[in-house]
Design a protein around this ligand. Sequence first.
Ligand SMILES: NC(=O)c1ccc[n+]([C@@H]2O[C@H](COP(=O)([O-])OP(=O)(O)OC[C@H]3O[C@@H](n4cnc5c(N)ncnc54)[C@H](OP(=O)(O)O)[C@@H]3O)[C@@H](O)[C@H]2O)c1
Length: 326
Amino acid sequence: MAPTMDGILEGSIVGSFTNIGYRLRSGDWDADLARLDGQTVVITGATSGIGLAAAHQMAGLGARVVLVGRNQAKLDKSVTAVASSGGGEAGGYRADLSSLDQVRDLADEILAGEPRIDVLVNNASVLAPERSSSIDGFELTVATNLLGTFLLTNLLIPRMVESAPARIVTVSSGGMYTEGLDVAGLQMSAEDYKGSAAYARTKRAQVVLTDLWADRFAGTGVVAHSMHPGWVSTPGVAASLPVFRRVMGPLLRNADQGADTIVWLSSNPEALESTGQFWMDRRPRSKHRLRRTEAGDAQAEQLWGFLCEATGWLPPAGWPESGDPQ
Ligand SMILES: NC(=O)c1ccc[n+]([C@@H]2O[C@H](COP(=O)([O-])OP(=O)(O)OC[C@H]3O[C@@H](n4cnc5c(N)ncnc54)[C@H](OP(=O)(O)O)[C@@H]3O)[C@@H](O)[C@H]2O)c1
């Protein structure tokens, strides 16, 4: 069989992850996305880059978009911009996702203020060049990208089950291809710390966590997907990877292109037909490019155990588990 354009691109990191891949693949896509009228979409990290672009796009599809940000002034500005961009409506909640107390308060506020949650986009993340600790004493990358994501999602899940069909979309990274799941090595010591490795390990763990959610929520009407936005020019990349940004320059995707698959997974009926997949450019992709990154169920369950212990989260009565349709 002749190789497809998508298959050729998939074999090349630069071709696939840059705007070359986006431009070549998007030629085959439907111009119109499914509408989100009457639906509520919660997006973390919605005050910048890819998250802000996704917020604008989903408001344009008619959703009520709930932006989560940590900086009140940026949040207010983003909510106003999204609300005035037409289509849907917007609201905002402030929280630093690296703080477990703030995540618990955030979840309480969202549950009090939002009668339904159709989509949760776990987009907020940090790539910290220098090691630092969260207010709870965890390495900051782990605290933000993993603990905050895990706890917020688990606290919002009962409302998502009530709103089903519903979707969790977790924004991982192609960087995760370089790392396997090593629960003990997630929090790197000061001597070993490398920002890009710490980041990639949490991004791998987000993909494994998505598999765990997919298993646990099977039969509830809530699907869980992870995705990779490609290499995107954003304030986060400018701050954390200035050399990469300079070298890749014009080849980087813009924020709207980076947000495209988030919006597609949040709206397209096809994304409800499967769960636990890793997507890029509207197609499921392999979760591994290297044999050494593959892990078994025992390691995945070890991750779940670590996340429960670190966040102090326990499954409440009625928590959805696999094979226990609501
Ligand atoms: N850009 C890329 O090439 C690329 C590639 C692969 C994956 N990704 C993923 O795409 C997602 C978005 O990245 P981006 O490039 O758009 O980054 P960005 O411009 O830095 O945006 C990140 C967002 O997360 C928020 N955030 C960070 N730490 C937080 C915390 N502790 N509490 C609450 N919010 C916090 C930021 O808030 P502030 O506005 O206050 O800083 C910002 O709104 C991330 O998950 C990233 O890993 C990006």
